[in-house]
Design a binder for this molecule. Sequence first.
Ligand code: AMP
Length: 396
Amino acid sequence: MQKKTIRNIDVNGKRVLLRVDYNVPMENGRITDDTRIRATLPTINYLLKEKARVVLCTHLGRPGGKIVDELRLTPIAERLAGLITKTGVIYIQESSGEHAAATISALQPGGLALLENIRFEPGEEKNDLEFTKSLANMADIFVNDALATAHRAHSSTAGLANFLPAVAGFLMEQELHMLNMILNSPEKPLAAILGGAKVSDKIGVINKLLDIAEVIIIGGGMAGTFSKALGHEIGDSLIEDDWVEFAKNLINESNNKGVQLLLPSDFVVADKFTSDANSQIVASNSISSGWRIMDIGPETSKIYEDTITKCKTIVWNGPMGVFEFDKFKTGTINLANKLSTLDQATTVLGGGSTGEAVRELGLEDKMTHVSTGGGATLEFLEGKELPGVISLLDTD
Ligand code: AMP
């Protein structure tokens, strides 16, 4: 079902509560990556141009329902002010109460305000009815542009839709369009590349992909569990013993369903989990005790690159190795570079660390879409209904 967007509703003069996800990475009080803020600018600028009175609402970190000074939105307000110079932004420093409501009432059409970290409010994550009503009283329209938090049923992500007309912003619209395309109408063959730390995080999405993908490619820490399922020794590699049986079944099921399941044939292994560990390249069935999987090996990289070259749609979630350490980022870099050259294919990346890796390489613009969501993107691809999405109004 298609969801209504800000194009389908009259926002002129209206108080628009715009839920964004500005849960940006910070170091010593400074924003280290403002992608999530920039990604919402088309929505903000459109609403301002249409003379809405725009109130931004986001969380930052996990303050757990109380005020945590380090998690105040001051750096975000400053960054916004630098990006939206014409209008500026009024930083309210509260997210409920009389002062917040009065400031919003006084906003001029085409004006912009930012509420304080919404997770300072004890009612937010509980989706508390009274708190949701108090938020709703401060606005006329609810716009959700935060796919990354849409898997949570909180007051500002879903609850508000019970009280206000709720529509998608442009970022949410684009995310839903790309993810729906993967699920419902991908150009074939469809390849899914799955990496990252754990199999257990990806079970749902793997099950779904077995039904829609022609190729499933496995890398990252989760490859250890699959290697074990094949009967190989994996030394000190990350292992989820409870999921070895699942991995075995998946290998069988992919055979039965005619899905090509690719597992690493070689690995870069290390003698400890550090950036300066000793490392070597070994066949996947020859890991000695005391060594651990840190990256896919060169032969595997080559096979994976050749395979995706033949695919028309590629979805990628999770790095191929411990990309935070220079020595173990080659598999992830190789794959990202190859993806960036596939002009004829649709390439969709999801998950925080995959986006981070590609951004670090300066390749984000070469991908069709890099989702701002992590867990939410995975849940969507599993086929789950996200509270922050189903609560939006359907088109007629
Ligand atoms: P995820 O959030 O599930 O995408 O996982 C990303 C994390 O997986 C990154 O921090 C990587 O360092 C980690 N990772 C990737 N490969 C391995 C590996 N072979 N062993 C341990 N951790 C890994």
